[in-house]
Design a protein. Structure first.
Length: 377
């Protein structure tokens, strides 16, 4: 009954939505191989290969050995002794990402970037007048390859959730379409670990309950799922029935910007921490300048040598992006409490950014102040 209601509701809008999820293949690693021909065809990791380093991205040649992103560098080297590590170049990745997005906008203005290497596109109505989302996805992938030299994968379906799951099916350099009449069967056959939003902990919990596939998940009531998984339970109940009404949001606002450093050796001295915070604040200021934003809430991130994480925040009465203010606020937060242990990572983030509604509020506030200043008291 719920499935029928959903599909009817979408049809009331005139048609099914046609959503494409484009996901670049091993993006950071592929950019490095694109720029350096000597790295092509070789196992490559972007990140740090030392005992403290972490893999940010791995080429498909490295993935064959089990190397994955977020893996400690020393572990990656054990799995693949010939692994080549290169330092990340985020300015270059940003540059390539901007070129890719320009291609997206040739087809539709309804583009919602998720990160530098992936985005949703709503092509229900598109600039090419092409009624086939499948053919549009093929064209986009070909254009990216022809103009930039990188491969991309895509998922195509009636909503964002299914499109994202489908984009992982024929990686790398492939795509999968889940047509409206195929949605329910596709979801029922799907292993729950492939459901976007189901992490390792939730997957293990579902397996323990005998929930292995979408079909198993669909047999559980909404009350049961809410009882065992909280608010996410209602989400699981709906998505396995093809219900995901979230629209592609072209003006998706950035919530925060951050910069952080993992140290080669644990730091116990606050003097050394202050030195590191200075370079972190400078890097954050560069990112804020590139994004043309400022923010009000400064957060200091501290990861101790025992891997416990602590954050300390302060909200300022005005928007900031200046290095000195960021650093002084971070220092204040550092001295706010005693260190629990030696430190392996420090980071500074800025949130409550002056984008969208916040920017509008600030502008309105300025206009009110200007108007007030015109009158004598």
């Amino acid at each position: 009954m719920i499935n029928i209601y959903y599909f009817c509701k979408v049809e009331e809008l005139g048609t099914y939505r046609k959503i494409i999820h484009v996901d670049m293949d091993a993006f950071y690693a592929s950019v490095e191989q694109l720029d350096n021909s000597e790295l092509r065809g070789k196992p490559l990791a972007v990140g740090g290969g030392g005992k403290r380093g972490v893999v940010s991205a791995a080429s498909y040649e490295a993935r064959v050995f089990g190397v994955r992103s977020a893996m400690p560098g020393f572990k990656a080297r054990k799995l693949c002794p010939d692994l080549i590590f290169v330092r990340p170049r985020f300015d270059r990745y940003q540059e390539i990402s901007s070129r890719i997005r320009k291609i997206f906008f040739e087809y539709t203005d309804m583009v919602e970037p998720l990160s530098l290497d992936e985005a949703y596109l709503d092509v229900t109505e598109n600039k090419k007048g092409n009624p086939s989302a499948t053919l549009i996805a093929q064209e986009i992938r070909k254009q990216i390859f022809d103009e930039i030299g990188l491969t991309a994968s895509a998922g195509i379906s009636i909503n964002k959730f299914i499109a994202k799951v489908a984009s992982d099916y024929n990686k790398p350099n492939g795509q999968k379409t889940v047509n409206p009449e195929e949605v329910i069967e596709f979801l029922e056959d799907l292993d729950v670990k492939k459901f976007y939003g189901v992490g390792k902990v939730t997957q293990a919990k579902m397996y323990q309950m005998g929930i292995y596939t979408g079909k198993d998940l669909k047999l559980k009531s909404e009350e049961f799922l809410t009882q065992h998984f909280g608010k996410s339970g209602g989400h699981y109940y709906r998505i396995v029935r093809g219900i995901h009404l979230s629209e592609v949001k072209p003006n998706r606002e950035r919530k925060s910007l951050a910069a952080e450093r993992t140290f080669s050796e644990n730091i116990a001295s606050e003097i050394y921490m202050l030195e590191r915070l200075e370079s972190i604040a400078e890097e954050l200021q560069k990112r804020l300048k590139r994004s043309k934003v400022a923010g009000r809430t400064v957060t200091l991130k501290i990861r101790y040598s025992d891997f416990t994480l602590q954050t300390r925040s302060k909200t300022l009465p005005y928007f900031v992006s200046d290095t000195d203010i960021l650093l002084e606020t971070a220092k204040e937060l550092l001295y706010q409490d005693k260190m629990k242990n030696s430190v392996r990572l420090l980071g500074i983030s800025l949130s409550n950014l002056n984008t969208g509604k916040e920017k509008k509020k600030e502008k309105e506030k300025e206009e009110v102040e200007i108007i007030q200043l015109r009158f004598d008291f």
